[in-house]
Design a protein around this ligand. Sequence first.
Ligand code: PMV
Length: 361
Amino acid sequence: MNLEEFKCKTTAALPESGSVSWQAPSNIALVKYWGKTGVQLPANPSVSFTLDACRTRTELRFSRSAGASDAPAVHVFFEGHLAPEFAPKISKFLGYAVDYQPFLRGLQLEVHTSNSFPHSSGIASSASGLAALALCLTDLERSLLPEMTPEQFRRKASFLARLGSGSAARSIDGGLVLWGAHKGLAGSSDLYAIPYPGQVHPVFERFHDTILLVDKGRKPVSSTAGHGLMHGHPFAEARFAQARSNLDRLKGILRDGDLPAFMEVVETEALSLHAMMLTSHPSYVLMKPETLSILERIREYRAESGQPVCFTLDAGANVHVLYPEAVAKEVYPFIRQELLKYCQQGQHLCDRTGPGAGRIG
Ligand code: PMV
């Protein structure tokens, strides 16, 4: 599909006012997206598990305002309070969205949003937050175009979410999600994410992600700045090639349920992501000493016990501990006894793979 096909061409108009509500989950990448061109077009394809417990709920209220301004005017409310600090990011997103949804022009919008996870947990809410808002916008479009199919709906929502935050494109569908064009994976696109189209062994259908909150502070370097530092990075091309080759490997691993190889690829991806940060110019470190202690202890425990448990990292110090449902009874007590001491006040979130976004109300 090309960009033109994403433009909503209807001349139908929305009613004077109304509202729509959606919730969308967070996701954790197994093969990481790091480096982009244009408006969140990925330098390499990525694949993620959609999470379940970490979600954003968003209600979008709209009314017609006098005078048709270019982009809709917006007020953002977070957990019941006016939150002007979120407005610039949302306004920028709406500025992109209006090119594909001209019916937004001249609207007055209120975005009421809340997260199921603590705001200050260091868990990025941009993926779930922008996905939930993109779903609300797509729902408005569907009210003007009732012939829109469920597949077109989800694709448009993922396309719009991507304009706000790349990883948000992967927070619409459930299970394993693929974003970025890749040879041999039918239907893959840089413009939007799709349910992972390859074969998936049942062991990957119910996976746990225990998120260890090591550092809840603000990141010293934002994801946007980090992506930017991949331009001119001495290892950028090798990194993009590595991600593509890890995705190729993952195809067979996901089909066969090969847990040892899965753990190797997932940990390599996490460490390569941070290696890019360590070696960018200027360089920076998002891991904390506790992050490294956790990684080390997970590897020791795996060697001692033979349990299929591994780690991955986002752009931050927190650690995602991944393991299949079948071993949760053994692995979770290990996490409690041996890893929570590295977390701020022992804080952690118990999440797992989930079914994707849904409409509320
Ligand atoms: O969606 P962004 O622009 O915040 O980028 C996030 C990238 C990582 O979370 C570090 C990796 C990924 O693929 O989700």
